[in-house]
Design a protein. Sequence first.
Length: 440
Amino acid sequence: MTEQRIIRNYYVLAGLYTLAASLIWGVNTLFLLDAGLSIPEVFVANAVFSAGMVLFEIPTGVVADTLGRRTSYILSIVVLAVTTVLYLVAAQAGAGIAVFAVVSLFMGLGFTFYSGALEAWLVDALRSVGADGDLDHVFARSQQVTGLAMLVGTTSGGFLGQFDLAVPFVVRAVLLAGLLMVAGRTMHDLGFTPRPLELSNIGAELKEQTRVGVSYGWNQPGLRLLMLSGLTRGAFLGWAFYAAQPYFLELLEDDAVWVVGVITALMSLSTIAGNQVVELLTRRCTHRSSIILGGSITTSIGLIVMGTTDSFWVAVPFFLLVTGSLGVISPVRQAYVHHIAPSEHRATVISFDAMVSSIGGVGGQLGLGRIAGGRGFAAGYVTGGVLTIIAWPLLFGVRRIGGEADRVVGSRPRQGTCAAQGLPRDTQIESHPREVVTQG
């Protein structure tokens, strides 16, 4: 298999997965409210989802690092399809928060099977054919593909939800069934040899993978600070996305479901725009931490403005500024993590990173959900936006540590430097040739 075919298959698998998953993202909060849950209960269900990602990240990382990345990806599709159907059943039965919480827990399991597995498959496959691809740009292009998929998915979900909020869930389950067939034909483990996972060895494997996550993740000073910054971001952004649906309708003083679908679609476009900026910034900044820090500062400012305005037409552009900055942060951050993680433990390290972020998501959903229920969504945005400022000194710490993982592959100094783009000035700007991205 050639390098281009591997990358193309990666884009297809990531794009179709996002298309199916995103069908309900624009209407999920409205669906739960329509099913009879209160605002605090909605965010309890979302917090349990995040808790599921915390609980299952390491175990599913074990699956990806033993049975294989392909197996983990396929299990993700199956679990996500089943839990999507169970959401529909629970709503039709008028079930309470307890049932939705249980289903949300296992929906989190579905996403943890996906978390890290597809990325690890890509990097291993590229290394197996001797490719020296620039991961920053590959992941940035992947973000563009998934952003377009999300644009189509959320817009379609909002349109379908205008007729019945259950319809996007039905279509999602159908698309996941189709994706299962596509994955079975196109995804094969390359550069990684699966090994059996016996029931008697699960305990030992969990212990070993936890040790690996700590050794190759938490014990790496730069990556530890990056994970902690992800924890503060995760504490707020999961809540911010789902709170935006009722918040924008509240500001607009309208209950048109299609509006949130359009806004979620615009969010996809802004994320794609942020991905496009990555190539520009990586040509002007020689350090990934500088780019991530600049995006983090922009995120905090945008979120605080969202909570302090009472205008729909002001809140929406700043929300799009936030999502655009995330489009810059995500691929650069991915490349940093992959540079450190060794091949045989890559999925576990990525899962460990996602677990730390999900821990923040649990507290954020519960705490900010309570604030929103008592004092309104605006208070939640201001509180959460201020909390994200905690990430700034952590990212400054990553910059001070430096190292090869922080060095942008193929960056070249130009007249428009990192500082000229409003980002922290690099301590040393020098020309260096394109290098092979090594892991670990």
